[in-house]
Design a protein around this ligand. Structure first.
Ligand SMILES: Cc1ncc(COP(=O)(O)O)c(C=O)c1O
Length: 361
């Protein structure tokens, strides 16, 4: 039968009328930039995360650059970042003038730890970017206990929880992406910065708007980086469903476990206390190429996301001399994302497991 890697359309199918009405509302309002929909979504998203403030920006990459600058990161500073992540987590650092310093991960959770971060700290470290990779939740409090401010890269972790808390309210600030395939996705590009610090939020608001409050006087070199009214209206329709979708993602992970996938390959391990809304369900196996071929033959979606880790990508080589990250290299070599969505059924999970068993058992 085959199983798609993602299913982004089924979850929103029942919301089509509401989405059309939201788009019509924006058209009728004739307000397209920084209007009532963005303000309302910022308030709703801040409340959802349990963060004091949320500021909409153009995408999850600029969210990181702007958040770092609002945290005071600039030329001469170092920012610690994992190498096993989407390229943008590190790409967003050099535009601040700072230098990326690559750190390793825990091979079971795919997240940074206090130990891997500690190994990368120097007197020039100004911030750490802790990526909540694949929807897992990095141990922010343990990293902050090292005495360094943490920016959560929560692009993949909307809907995840850790105890009573959520990504977005764990570090000094957090960034989100609303790229269409994300757990909460809009119909274009979009991003958000959350923080509990009112002054930091105000700096973000200024930076996203050309470094200005009024587009008359300019306080600094900023960005034109705004979430637009259409995307905010679309996101407002979807946000009330995020928790149910997150439950569906967790349920899909359970389907894989119950079908015996853990007997065949290494399953992703939640960090302590976390209930990840798996954005990607990433397994690991030494014979991953064989598995890729078998899944392709069975029409089952799969993707190795980060075969070449960020510190070995050409533009990063100047910042990666002598960097050795054994867990990152292992994960890069052996990981594979298999189908995951809020609506992945028990039958689909067992189809994936049958194809895996036929290849690896
Ligand atoms: C971990 C991570 N960080 C940052 C980003 C950048 O987000 P965007 O594509 O919205 O710029 C993404 C997603 O694309 C991501 O997965």
């Amino acid at each position: 039968m085959g199983v798609e890697l993602f299913d982004t359309s089924t979850p929103v199918h029942g919301l089509r009328e509401e989405l059309r009405a939201a788009v019509a509302r924006v058209l009728d309002s004739e307000r397209y930039i920084l209007g009532p929909e963005v303000s309302a979504f910022e308030a709703e998203f801040a409340a959802y995360c349990g963060a004091g403030h949320a500021v909409g920006v153009a995408n999850g990459t600029e969210a990181i650059t702007i958040a770092l600058r609002a945290m005071g990161v600039g030329p001469g500073d170092e920012v610690v970042v994992p190498s096993f992540t989407f390229y943008a987590s590190a790409e967003a650092i050099p535009p601040t003038g700072a230098t990326p310093i690559f750190c390793d991960i825990d091979p079971q959770t795919y997240c940074v730890t206090a130990d891997t971060v500690r190994a990368a700290l120097t007197p020039r470290t100004k911030a750490v970017i802790a990526v909540h990779l694949f929807g897992n939740v990095a141990p922010i409090a343990e990293i902050e206990a090292l005495g360094v401010p943490v920016l959560e890269d929560a692009a993949q972790a909307a809907g995840s929880t850790v105890g009573e808390e959520r990504p977005g309210a764990l570090g000094t600030a957090a960034t989100f992406s609303f790229f269409p395939s994300k757990n909460l996705g809009c119909f274009g590009d979009g991003g958000m910065i959350t923080t509990g610090d009112e002054q930091l939020a105000e700096r973000v608001r200024t930076l996203r708007f050309h470094g200005s409050h009024d587009k008359v006087t300019y306080e600094q070199i900023g960005y034109n980086s705004r979430l637009d009214e259409l995307q905010a209206a679309i996101l407002r329709v979807q946000l009330p469903h995020l928790d149910a979708w997150a439950d569906g993602r967790r349920r899909a992970g359970c389907h894989y476990e119950e079908a015996g996938l853990g007997e065949l390959v290494a399953l992703p391990q939640p960090t302590a206390g976390a209930a990840p809304a798996w954005h990607l369900y990433v397994i690991s196996d030494p014979q991953v190429e064989r598995l890729e071929a078998a899944l392709a033959a069975a029409g089952i979606g799969h993707k190795p996301y980060y075969r070449t880790p960020v510190h070995r990508q050409a533009p990063m080589l100047g910042w990666a001399a002598g960097v050795e990250l054994p867990a990152t290299e292992h994960a890069a070599r052996t990981h594979l994302a298999i189908p995951m969505s809020p609506v992945l059924t028990r039958e689909q999970a067992s189809e994936v497991v049958v194809a895996t068993r036929a290849t690896l058992a």
